[in-house]
Design a binder for this molecule. Structure first.
Ligand code: ATP
Ligand code: MG
Length: 293
């Protein structure tokens, strides 16, 4: 069971409706008053990942629901680390991570949801999407030259295109929810200053050099445009069936605890159970047991 105080915290970051949502009301440095000394934070995360693993075992056995976890963030907000630490202990057979980069030529020959749709988790599975269809209203909105390369018929590219995309995403998520896909969307909310520190670490620490990408520094100049694109996206697509979690991301330990708990809590509410055998199947087990001597 997830501790009550954590449930309360998760409630604070869960956005289930866009009305009145403003990103600037969310502090990237918030740690919810938790003590995040290393050992204690590790123990909390371990508790949540254990619950997650137990739930996943049932999800897989029951084979009805699937869980789609979407991760969106600015660079160096900690998506990769969160995925690595939160899903530790989850049976690899029951989960599937996909990272979405700029679409390739084959992908651009389809509608924008196509490549994401074919990557959705099967029933019984957890899908982890590192970036998602939201890039279509984030990076594409910030850099409209990307839009120009998307091979859309001219007359469909209007001023309303990003609002239309948000509408389509919301409609598609509603459809998926009605199909038994539990959608959890995480925006790891890092501050511009913390991002700067992390980029400097990537430059200064040899074992982090490989993570450094000069292009990411250039992207910082569009910070405001990204923040407003995120705000619009969350506003238009936060619903009870596909909530956003705006997770403070300046403190990585805190981020991971909140993400793990949010997923564990959502799965817990599904009331997952191992399938129960009917009388006939139980009789078959008894016969098999006899045959084994
Ligand atoms: P890392 O944390 O390792 O940098 P990353 O998710 O940033 O991970 P990259 O390979 O650096 O991975 O970046 C992927 C890039 O692909 C991002 O800049 C993202 O904006 C871009 N991208 C993803 N989807 C789309 C899309 N639909 N159209 C255009 N660009 C996209
Ligand atoms: Mg990157």
């Amino acid at each position: 069971m997830i501790e009550k105080r954590l449930r309360k915290l998760i409630d604070r970051y869960r956005i289930t409706g866009g009305k009145g949502f403003r990103l600037k009301d969310h502090d990237p440095a918030d740690t919810g008053g938790l003590n995040l000394e290393k050992e204690e934070a590790q123990a909390m995360l371990a508790d949540s990942t254990r619950i997650l693993a137990e739930q996943q075992d049932k999800l897989y056995a029951q084979d009805r629901w699937s869980v789609l976890c979407i991760f969106q963030a600015m660079d160096a907000a900690g998506k990769d680390g969160a995925i690595k630490h939160v899903f530790t202990g989850v049976n690899p057979q029951g989960c599937h991570v996909v990272s979405f980069k700029a679409p390739n030529a084959a992908e651009l020959d389809h509608d924008f949801l196509w490549r994401h749709a074919i990557a959705l988790p099967q029933r019984g599975q957890i899908g982890i999407h590192n970036r998602s269809w939201y890039e279509e209203v984030l990076v594409v909105r910030v850099h409209q030259k990307i839009l120009a390369a998307q091979k859309l018929p001219d007359r469909l590219v209007t001023k309303r295109i990003f609002d239309e995309r948000l509408e389509d995403i919301a409609a598609y998520e509603r459809y998926l929810a009605r199909q038994g896909v539990v959608i959890l969307k995480f925006f790891l909310n890092v501050s511009k200053d913390e991002q700067r520190k992390r980029f400097l670490e990537r430059i200064e620490e040899p074992e982090k050099n490989w993570k450094f990408n000069a292009g990411d520094v250039a992207e910082r100049t569009h910070w405001k445009a990204y923040q407003s694109a995120y705000e619009e996206a969350i506003l238009a697509t936060a619903t009870p069936q596909a909530p956003w979690f705006v997770v403070p991301a300046d403190n990585k330990r805190f981020t991971r605890i909140i993400v793990a708990d949010a997923i564990a809590e959502a799965m817990d509410s599904l009331d997952l159970r191992y399938p129960e055998l009917d009388e006939k199947a139980r009789a078959e087990l008894a016969t098999a047991k006899q045959a084994l001597g």
